[in-house]
Write a protein that binds this ligand. Structure first.
Ligand code: PLP
Length: 427
């Protein structure tokens, strides 16, 4: 038995399913997870010492690569001062200023400990601010595991949400109405049905959690207009896309200002962080400035702030985002050439340094079309890539992440492995 298999066996005895987050299990690809020992740059090493070129990047945060020396140094300095005080520290204000400087729609920001907390808190704020209870979420978007957001769509656009998980009471799920992504008519219909009741629309402006899907031309603009007309809020969940697609996130790329933005992942530089922010008028509803309660023992944790500050400063350097674009574009072209040459029913969907390969010959524009992908083909592909030393997210419905640490040789090796893996899919 490999060391990872043995470690997984032991973990399963003491941790539900052997993992602390379900996405880490390799169940969707009919495998057991690798246990990771360490990472450096774009590489990770499992506990047997096998080396992999990594495109998971801790599910997004590691945009600089693993163990960036400046981030480590900054962490070491903070570590010597203390790890948590439960009192204000200057590093919290420093990271807040960096976030506000980057994202035009944010005047004030509250730090929390995870993306889940950020979206949960953003919903509470939207409800508290508007005095309305219902939320529109888009099918296939993931916003963490808060009760209101763990909701599947029913059959039909305006169907009331039903609980997507045992343990989420129907009364909570019913306040969440699910619509398909990239479909403005569906949103309009919901607003007509529930006039005056919708607090907010929340979405991933570019999706990563059903694979990478871009917003169609006019979609985000349409959402901006409909929400404003109906006095409800537009929430961009940029936990994944924030500081990833551009320094100012997807909202910079598409030039749309949401009312509330949620952040996480990159702004913690690999430590546990989330944040939500928006215009001062809205944020001042948050306690203790206002009546909407939200708190956290470890919120604004100094270690997480230190890692986040250093990460954002490094991302301010000129040329960073064009470098990411070049690296990711090279992979996209290499993969697309391979797909064409081997005549595989697949396509690469990419925005900046986020990309997915969908194993389908149809255009993927929403959850329904994403789900038409051939997951058996993906499983074969995933296993071949892993055997070739390329570590990918273990699901068809996830984004790959390119980091600044991926060098030409990594990209070339990945394109070659992609060719061989696609050839196996083809057989
Ligand atoms: N929102 C988005 C868009 C995410 O991708 C995720 C996690 O992947 C979350 C929220 C939840 O963040 P966390 O896992 O830190 O709770």
């Amino acid at each position: 038995m490999s060391r990872s298999k043995e470690a997984f066996k032991q973990a399963k005895e003491v941790i539900p399913g052997g993992v602390n987050s379900p996405a880490r299990a390799f169940a969707a690809v009919d495998s057991d997870p690798l246990f990771i020992e360490k990472g450096t740059g774009a590489l990770i090493y499992d506990i047997e010492g096998n080396e992999y070129i990594d495109y998971v990047g801790s599910w997004g945060p590691m945009i600089l690569g693993y163990n960036h020396p400046q981030v480590i140094e900054s962490l070491q300095q903070q570590l010597m001062k203390g790890t948590s005080f439960g009192a204000p520290t200057e590093v919290e204000t420093e990271l807040a200023k960096l976030v506000i400087g980057a994202v035009d729609s944010i005047d004030q920001v509250r730090m929390v400990n995870s993306g889940t907390e950020a979206t949960m808190s953003a919903l509470r704020l939207a409800r508290g601010y508007t005095g309305k209870d219902k939320i529109i979420k888009l099918k296939g978007c993931y916003h963490g595991h808060g009760d209101s957001l763990l909701v599947e769509a029913g059959s039909g656009v305006t169907t009331l949400g039903i609980s997507g998980s045992p343990g989420v009471p129907d009364e909570i799920a019913e306040e969440t109405i699910v619509a398909p992504y990239n479909n403005l008519e569906a949103i309009e219909e919901i607003y007509n049905t529930y006039q005056g009741q919708i607090a907010a629309v929340i979405l991933e402006p570019v999706t990563g959690n059903m694979g990478v899907i871009r917003p169609q031309v006019g979609y985000l603009e349409g959402l901006r207009e409909i929400t404003a007309t109906n006095n409800s809020l537009l929430i961009f969940d940029e936990v994944m896309t924030g500081f990833r697609l551009a320094y100012g996130g997807a909202q910079e790329l598409y030039e749309i200002e949401p009312d509330i933005t949620t952040l996480g992942k990159i702004i913690g530089g690999g430590l546990p962080v989330g944040a939500y922010g928006g215009k001062k008028e809205i944020m001042e509803y948050v306690a203790p400035a206002g009546p909407v309660y939200q708190a956290g023992t470890l919120s604004g944790n100094p270690l997480a702030m230190a890692a986040g500050i250093e990460t954002l400063k490094l991302l301010q350097q000129p040329g960073v985002y064009s470098m990411l674009e070049e690296k990711a574009a090279k992979l996209e072209k290499g993969f697309k050439d391979n797909i064409k040459q081997l005549e595989v029913a697949a396509d690469v969907s990419r925005v900046g340094s986020m990309f997915s390969i969908f194993f389908t010959d149809k255009q993927v524009i929403d959850y329904k079309t994403a789900k038409e992908s051939d997951t058996d083909a993906f499983t074969t592909y995933f296993k071949q890539m892993l055997a070739a030393g390329i570590y990918l997210p273990p699901s068809q419905f996830e984004s790959n992440f390119v980091s600044l640490a991926h060098v030409e040789a990594d990209l070339d090796a990945t394109i070659e492995a992609n060719y061989n893996a696609l050839a196996k899919v083809k057989k």
